[in-house]
Design a protein around this ligand. Structure first.
Ligand code: ADP
Length: 490
């Protein structure tokens, strides 16, 4: 059976109180007894000495007789004279041990012989019996012993006083023990309650329910322990929260890595597939040329197609390389500087105008000067790609509108065309590498499916965003937004 701290402390207090009170009362009672005895002995000794002096005086001043005769004659008178208020009786003996005087009319029923013998030999002796003491003292004369005096004294009062003190001690002892135990119980229970509170606080922390305030408001060591447990709870809570955050971050990182791994695998698969097509086509034309090298029509067609496929291949390799560099290496050739987008867009449109005119497509520019802080080459790459798509996926004699504006402290560039448009559910997917809405059309126009993936990566690298609007058959509107560059006057 488990005995709690409370009961152990109560047992300890009880035993301590009992031992202390018992030892204390025994010592005091013994002290009282010794004191009574000493007082009695002193008083009897004085009275015996006085009696001795008186007898001696009477003997010397009286007529000269033998001590036995003197004692015989004067014994009774002496006994009565010597009897004082605190004595019960006085007995006188001559030097032969014969009783010659008794102050009391009653007989004293004790065996006084051994004590009397002692006194006859010149020594003091006494007998204690029930509530009486008989004191025997020699009565010295001028020439040896005259006789012995026996002083009777009652010790009933002393005994009553002793018993009274004994009862007092018992009563006080009981009161002190009971009240000590009650007070001790109250005190120990209070401490035990505080300890239980601390224990349940520890349990609570163990369950992950952290403390909102200190468990105990006390100025002693238990209060200090309570404050320390509260502080510890806070530290554990913070550590656990930190670990949780780390765990979440790690999980996110693992998920991102898994996604990256997946998209890299996908990229390699697509890349090898896309790579194979032009190579197969070039190989087929090379074989044809080997077989029919005297057909000028075939030679012309084969060289033209081989050159087209080779160009596509080279474009594919270029873009794949750029994209992979962009995704894998942070500092990819980005040298930001203040760039006016109106000027840059004019340059890009100028470069693409020739291709547009080939298809009878008109470009309309509505450019407001707006500056961004970005890499010039990256920006050029982005807009040339977007203009190229606006031409490739346009209709013959179509239109392209290019605008730049400062809107809400942002540089907003819109490139819209009158082409085939992109269905709503395709709008996010066209940014995936190698994704094309219509493979044949894309390939026919020398597309690789990498252009928009590259554009998106470049836009994000320059802290911008890109979105596509417009519906299938209704043309496409691409909006690119960058933070505008505002140079503050010093
Ligand atoms: P591609 O090299 O095939 O042009 P992109 O990544 O540039 O590759 O474009 C992905 C696909 O998005 C294209 O194959 C095309 O289907 C569609 N697309 C891109 N731009 C336009 C546009 N302006 N109008 C219609 N479709 C477009």
């Amino acid at each position: 059976m488990r005995v709690g701290l409370k009961w152990k402390l109560m047992g300890f207090i009880g035993v301590l109180l009992l031992v202390t009170l018992t030892v204390l009362s025994l010592l005091v009672l013994q002290g009282i007894k010794d004191n009574q005895l000493r007082g009695r002995e002193q008083s009897l000794q004085i009275q015996a000495e006085l009696a001795g002096k008186q007898v001696r005086q009477m003997y010397i001043t009286g007529e000269r007789t033998a001590p036995e005769e003197f004692m015989q004659r004067r014994g009774q008178e002496l006994a009565v004279t010597l009897d004082s208020y605190n004595l019960t009786h006085v007995l006188i003996y001559d030097r032969n041990g014969r009783r010659v005087g008794n102050s009391s009319p009653m007989e004293i029923a004790i065996d006084a012989r051994p004590a009397l013998e002692h006194a006859l030999n010149g020594k003091i002796a006494y007998i204690t019996e029930k509530n009486k003491v008989e004191y025997f003292a020699p009565l010295p004369g001028p020439e040896g012993l005259l006789g012995v005096v026996q002083l009777g004294i009652s010790i009933q009062e002393d005994q009553e006083f002793y018993q009274y003190i004994e009862r007092l001690f018992l009563l006080v002892g009981m009161i002190v023990t009971v009240s000590g135990l009650l007070f001790g119980y109250w005190f120990v229970a209070r401490q035990a309650r505080a300890i239980r509170k601390l224990m349940s606080a520890a349990d609570q922390i163990g369950d992950g329910r952290y403390l909102q305030s200190p468990v105990l408001m006390r100025g002693d060591e238990l209060g200090e322990l309570g404050r320390q447990i509260y502080a510890m709870s806070g530290t554990i809570e913070q550590q656990v929260a930190r670990l949780e955050t780390e765990k979440r971050k790690l999980q996110e990182a693992v998920e991102r890595l898994e996604l990256l791994e997946q998209s890299q695998k996908q990229f390699i698969n697509n890349f090898s597939h896309e790579f194979k097509t032009p190579v197969t086509s070039i190989k087929a034309y090379a074989d044809l040329l080997g077989m029919y090298n005297d057909d000028p029509g075939l030679i012309r067609e084969a060289t033209s197609n081989m050159s087209k496929e080779a160009e596509r291949l080279s474009g594919l390799v270029d873009q794949a390389l750029q994209l992979s560099l962009l995704n894998n290496y942070e500092p990819f050739a980005s040298h930001p500087e203040p760039v006016d987008l109106a000027v840059l867009l004019e340059d890009a449109c100028g470069r693409m105008n020739g291709k547009a005119l080939k298809f009878g497509i008109m470009m309309h520019l509505d450019l407001s000067p707006v500056r961004v802080f970005a890499d010039r080459d990256n920006l050029l790459h982005i807009f040339i790609n977007l203009l190229d798509n606006a031409i490739k996926y346009n209709v013959p004699q179509g239109q392209i509108r290019v605008s730049s504006a400062l809107e809400h402290r942002q540089a907003v560039i819109r490139i819209s065309d009158t082409g085939i448009g992109i269905a709503e559910d395709e709008r996010e997917r066209v940014f995936e590498p190698f994704y094309t809405v219509n493979k044949d059309r894309s390939r026919a126009s020398g597309g690789t499916g990498l252009g928009l993936a590259l554009v998106k990566s470049l836009v994000e690298k320059q802290n911008g965003s890109i979105r596509i609007e417009g519906d299938q058959g209704q043309g496409t509107k691409v909006t690119v937004v960058f933070p505008a560059f505002e140079q503050h006057e010093p």
